[in-house]
Design a binder for this molecule. Sequence first.
Ligand code: AHG
Ligand code: MN
Ligand code: MN
Length: 347
Amino acid sequence: MTVSEINIPDSLLDRDCTTLSRHVLQQLNSFGADAQDLSAIMNRIALAGKLIARRLSRAGLMADVLGFTGETNVQGESVKKMDVFANDVFISVFKQSGLVCRLASEEMENPYYIPENCPIGRYTLLYDPIDGSSNVDINLNVGSIFAIRQQQGEDLDGSASDLLTNGDQQIAAGYILYGPSTILVYSLGSGVHSFILDPSLGEFILAQENIRIPDHGPIYSTNEGNFWQWDEPLRDYTRYVHRHEGYTARYSGALVGDIHRILMQGGVFLYPGTEKNPDGKLRLLYETAPLGFLVEQAGGRASDGQKRLLDLIPAKLHQRTPAIIGSVEDVKLVESFISDHKQRQSS
Ligand code: AHG
Ligand code: MN
Ligand code: MN
């Protein structure tokens, strides 16, 4: 008796069998060594996601999961215990994997080298282990963000200067969203695909292929508490959405969740510069460039207000940048407020 004879549609079973590693091989249309490596890297990232999701789901029940460590990271931000745990999880899953030579994270001043993987593992993983960590202690959504880049040259002096290149050098990028369910969204440069963790199988199962972001959406997502710190054009844009019907504000304090909503429903996420911090808060290499890559792959737009985010070349590993990311029309509208203001000033 076949599956179709017992009334389970073949398509359903096929979907359940489309695990992340199988999907990567399908995407690359190859079983060659490079494709196997990327598939294995994605599998390890998924393992990190499962370990982090498991700990988050029991956080309030276990000792030493919630709260601060008392340390300050290279960003000058207070470190949470979950930041340290998640950072170490990524290191741990890639140690002795032979896949990745360097890991660069928000939580580490300098990249972490795995010398035994160099030069076999020609890849670098850039990541934000816990994004939105202020949400951890109150059981709201957080995420992890990642990007994979190929090592350029030997990096003999350990400066990792080859990472200071534009966002088009990313081979893959994605995020894991720890919400009511755990969702992994990724792109290898040909479309954006989402997977949901099925806890009964312990596998990420394909949920949606080739996600397209709407050209316009109702949501604007920003911390309006910074209104008076922003430049005039950003304030003007905010006044515009206040005065026009069809806009609604949503801001969770975790970039991954806010971008996921916009990816699915359309709209714009804004974290502009302020008077005190002209480059804003978000970091280019492991926050905005990976998310910009994904949103562009889904047909959206990502900019710093004037330039394409993926064209920016960071001056340092932890470079920050203003970020306007989302639906094409909504990002262009924000950009038009900035360029009109500039033009008025120069005339
Ligand atoms: P992280 O927890 O990795 O430091 O990132 C927090 C980021 C981002 O997730 C969010 O959009 C933003 O910081 C929130 O900042 P504000 O509290 O300034 O709005
Ligand atoms: Mn973050
Ligand atoms: Mn973080």
